[in-house]
Ligand binder design. Structure first.
Ligand code: ZN
Length: 137
């Protein structure tokens, strides 16, 4: 349960959630090379995780703050593993909604369902490979 310095986050509910059918949930994202947790993320709707919108990153703080600091993609850094420095995502704009995002590199990460607590509690759940879902976003 939530103890020490953990934070329980709440799902965002806005127009982006509605356009994706409202099926929002938290994901813990891990580097596939070294297993380092690198982000707590809110995924809206079904389908593969192809990109990470900045406004859906809840933690860690340095990533979560990008949504207020960045106004265009040329300012954005690449998304890298904080531990082994593996490249995970590159800056992009999702033009349909004009939202800044990281385009995720297939196979660079693994995702796991989260209850929105950060830092994540270490449970013995099996990792789900990123991009192994059937549907596209
Ligand atoms: Zn790593």
């Amino acid at each position: 349960m939530a103890n020490q310095n953990t934070t329980q986050h709440s799902l965002k509910k806005d127009k982006y959630v509605n356009t994706r059918g409202g099926n929002s949930h938290f994901l813990d994202l891990f580097c596939s090379k070294c297993n380092q947790h690198f982000a707590l993320y809110q995924k809206d709707g079904h389908g593969r995780l192809l990109r990470m919108y900045l406004d859906r990153i809840f933690a860690p703080q340095e990533l979560a703050l990008l949504q207020s600091k960045m106004s265009n993609k040329t300012e954005m850094p690449n998304l890298k593993c904080p531990k082994c420095n593996a490249l995970i995502g590159t800056p992009m704009v999702y033009e349909a909604e004009r939202r800044l995002a990281f385009r995720l590199i297939h196979g660079s990460f693994v995702k796991k369902k989260s209850d929105g607590v950060y830092p994540p509690s270490h449970q013995n759940q099996s990792h789900e490979k990123g991009g192994s879902d059937e549907n596209r976003n």
